[in-house]
Design a protein around this ligand. Structure first.
Ligand code: CU
Length: 128
């Protein structure tokens, strides 16, 4: 026993109609901090990080930077004087946000801004 062709077709048409009338929520990612960030660093006036030391668990880390300052900042992770990995977070203006992933072993690192003149943006990151 099988359904008549016309009723099968109308069921398909009904589902299509239901699917198309569902409201599509536009997700706004601008300046929204991702929920899975392991470490958030904020640049604050004037040319400082929001803390002098940060902590994070070892392994793959999602690091985010938000800009509450008015100028461009470029966050890199240093071990001693050497840049670790290829993480480079860039925020150009107030309200900007950037994030990236880096894998860190336990140790002492520096959260540093590579913009000339921003040498004061040099905080400790302890990974354990
Ligand atoms: Cu900076």
């Amino acid at each position: 026993m099988s359904l008549p062709k016309c009723s099968r077709f109308s069921i398909v048409a009904l589902f299509a109609a239901l699917a198309s009338c569902g409201g599509s929520s536009q997700s706004d990612t601008t300046n929204t901090i991702a929920p899975d960030v392991d470490l958030l660093v904020s640049a604050v006036p004037a040319i400082r990080w929001d803390a002098t030391s940060y902590q994070a668990p070892a392994g793959e880390l999602k690091i985010a930077m938000s800009n509450m300052d008015n100028v461009k900042h470029v966050l890199v992770i240093l071990e001693g004087d050497t840049v670790v990995g290829d993480l480079e977070l860039v925020v150009n203006k107030k309200g900007d946000y950037d994030d990236g992933v880096i894998t860190l072993l336990p140790g002492e690192y520096r959260i540093y801004c590579s913009i000339p003149g921003h040498g004061g943006m040099d905080s400790t990151l302890t990974v354990s």
